[in-house]
Design a protein around this ligand. Structure first.
Ligand code: ZN
Ligand code: ZN
Length: 284
């Protein structure tokens, strides 16, 4: 099992890894810059050395980066799309510079221009970004979404269609978020529903494309299309879906990270991680 949580980079990028170690994580997910700003301070060589030393000493792996919430690769407005592609380019560059192998991103929002066009624009944006690089050194993980507003990615078919538009498919993967798929209408709260959802995913996208999982409970109900994370076991998902995932032999080598609500310190993270650990029955 590779279990972790999203940790803060406050005080320095390497601090996120120290926080993960303190929480006894196997891996962590980070924002390499502020998630709600376009601007980013450059990562100095010193920052990078500190990060890579901490990466080595903590042994956290495989690390995940998550892109900024402002980026919209599906935007119908040329200016916004260019800004988004440039910002995503920088996200890729930063992750590669730090040695992070996965970049998780939200597919994008079509802004009422229709889903089909939006999916195509995402694929084209990614084609541009990947064609710039001889050897991308990173995998881009499309995250399943709750489908709030005109956000795409709330059906497995969307993810398939985006990947279909991408030329270099080997650099594309998927990150499944439990809160998001449930809010999008996939009921994983029963064994039967869980198996059916995984079968559906396998048939449409392919389980070989699944590279990471976000473990979040949901404050909103099934099919609500609202993205609100809750502490593990305290929301509409309850504990069962997490028990299914953590003990699923197919996912024993898959990074699973919580993005549950944070408090002042690390108490909430610790509680959520401990709750998840208690659900594991097949110890390695
Ligand atoms: Zn997520
Ligand atoms: Zn979310």
């Amino acid at each position: 099992m590779i279990l972790g949580t999203h940790t803060s980079i406050s005080g320095g990028l390497h601090k996120a890894l120290e926080r993960g170690e303190h929480l006894k994580c196997d891996t962590v997910q980070i924002f390499t810059k502020s998630s709600n700003q376009w601007k980013a301070r450059e990562i100095s060589e010193k920052d990078r050395n500190l990060f890579q030393a901490a990466s080595k000493s903590t042994g956290l792996s495989p690390l995940l980066a998550h892109d900024s919430y402002l980026i919209n690769l599906a935007s119908p407005e040329a200016e916004m799309r260019k800004k988004s592609v440039d910002a995503f380019d920088l996200e890729m560059e930063r992750a590669v510079y730090l040695g992070i192998p996965f970049l998780v991103f939200h597919p994008g929002s079509h802004k009422e221009t229709g889903g089909k066009e939006g999916l195509k624009r995402i694929g084209e944006s990614i084609n541009g970004l990947l064609s710039k690089r001889k050897k991308p050194d990173i995998q881009l993980l499309l995250e399943t979404t709750a489908g709030q507003g005109s956000n795409l990615g709330y059906r497995f078919e969307h993810l398939r269609d985006i990947i279909d538009h991408v030329e270099k498919k080997e650099f594309m993967g998927v990150c499944l978020d439990t809160c998001h798929i449930f809010a999008a209408g996939y009921d994983i709260t029963t064994r039967q529903g869980y198996e059916k959802t995984m079968e559906e995913f396998d048939g449409i996208v392919g389980l070989h494309k699944l590279k990471a999982i976000h473990l979040n409970d949901s404050k909103k109900g099934l099919g609500s299309r609202v993205d609100r994370h809750e502490h593990i076991g305290k929301g509409f998902l309850g504990l069962e879906p997490f028990r299914f995932l953590l003990n699923d032999p197919r996912f024993q080598n898959m990074p699973m990270v919580a993005e549950t609500p944070k408090g002042e310190g690390t108490n909430e993270d610790l509680e959520n991680l401990n709750q998840l650990r208690r659900l594991v029955t097949t110890q390695e």
